[in-house]
Design a protein. Structure first.
Ligand code: MG
Length: 377
């Protein structure tokens, strides 16, 4: 919900150098999926109460940033200073008339609309709204390698941006406070105002390291698989790589592990690859009696080559008999180990088909699976 009739502008700070990402250029200009970090951050404000933006760019990046944002009629670009505080000061100088100003790091593209609106609401009501999360680590004060005090964690928060203020108050604070502080809440506090916290989330990270850049390119893909095999006498029953005591087993060229076949097809489908019939043809003599879990490991190697990892896999085995519940834990553990994921990311349920159809008549077993893959880079 948008908060008010107040006019709200934002100062977005993009003047850093981003040396810790190892890029050799400003991380704000790192592009993934056709968009730079800075553009993503600005797009995070879509649908909020903010109507005008001032982007503060480093002098060296000014032309590039201006070119990048030239299609945005609501945005002006200005140059920053040697410190964060100086950059904010310069941004405030060119603000269009507004009642409330949101100050935000250009390197925080994951900020949510809710957090932005909550900070604006707080600023309208109380003068300020500072995004923060409760500190989960214990923080210790050290001097010369020795701990000298341990503040009570319940009194500590980790401060992020947006930091939102009544414009007149933060402009006044920056005009009067000359010391250098690392954020706007500190400037506001030292000017005699009371910064007020609003709850944010740990997901609102500031892109700092090369690892953080990977978060930008995570892409999720879903796939499904289905398989049926006949049940015959004289074969072992193997499901999810686990041999299950039963009078009959599944018939097929390989070990006929219907569940693992459905899982492989779900993974291959999510990856946009041909199915197991193409990858492991039943005319290949090398695959006669082959372990399907071994084939699953081959599939995993193909995913790995494509920077794909398994998010989770969810499966259903359809069988009239035997009871599968006592074997589910072992099946999950075996499949999880083959895919290199935690057991909790592989779930298997079993159902009968109420004696209906070929499954219900005990002529065969079927399995279906859904897999979620995550692509990095
Ligand atoms: Mg099969």
């Amino acid at each position: 919900m948008k908060s008010s009739n107040n006019r709200v502008a934002a100062v977005v700070l993009a003047a850093g150098s981003g040396s810790r990402t190892g890029l050799g250029y400003n991380k704000m200009l790192y592009a993934s999926g056709g968009q730079t970090v800075l553009e993503r951050t600005l797009d995070a404000f879509a649908g909020t109460s903010v109507t005008d933006f001032v982007v503060v760019a480093a002098e060296a990046d000014f032309d590039r940033v201006t070119e990048l944002l030239q299609g945005r009629a609501d945005t002006v670009v200005t140059t920053g200073g040697p410190t964060r505080g100086e950059s904010v000061r310069r941004g405030l100088c060119v603000l269009p008339p507004c009642d409330v100003v949101v100050i935000h790091d250009g390197a925080r593209p994951f900020v949510t609309r809710d957090v932005i609106e909550e900070s604006i609401r707080s600023a309208v009501l109380y003068g300020s709204g500072i995004a923060a999360v409760k500190t989960t680590d214990t923080v210790e004060v050290v001097c010369d390698g020795k701990v000298i005090s341990v503040p009570d964690r319940d009194t500590l928060v980790n401060v992020q941006t947006p930091q939102t203020f009544r414009t007149a108050e933060i402009v006044d604070a920056y005009a009067r406070v000359t010391e250098t502080y690392t954020d706007d809440a500190a400037v506001y506090l030292h000017a005699g105002y009371t910064p007020r916290i609003v709850a944010s989330s740990a997901g609102n990270v500031k892109i700092t390291t090369a690892e953080d850049l990977l978060r930008l390119s995570a892409e999720e893909k879903v796939g499904m698989g289905f398989d049926v095999h006949p049940l015959v006498e004289g074969r072992p029953l193997i499901l999810g790589g686990v041999t299950i005591p039963y009078t009959r087993g599944l018939l097929g060229h390989s070990d006929a592990d219907v569940l693992t076949h459905a899982v492989m097809d779900a993974l291959l489908s999510a990856a946009g690859l041909p199915d197991i019939g193409v990858l492991f043809p039943d005319t290949d003599p090398a695959l006669l009696g082959a372990s399907s879990v071994g084939m699953l490991q081959t599939v995993m190697a193909k995913l790995c080559e494509r920077n794909l990892s398994v998010g989770n896999v969810s499966c259903v085995v359809m069988a009239e008999k035997p009871k599968l519940a006592p074997h589910i834990a072992a099946i999950r553990a075996t499949l999880a180990a083959a895919m290199g994921v935690a057991c909790g990311d592989v779930n298997v349920s079993a159902t009968t088909t109420e004696k209906l159809g070929i499954i219900g008549e005990g002529k065969g077993m079927a399995a279906s699976a859904v897999a979620l893959l995550v692509r990095h880079g």
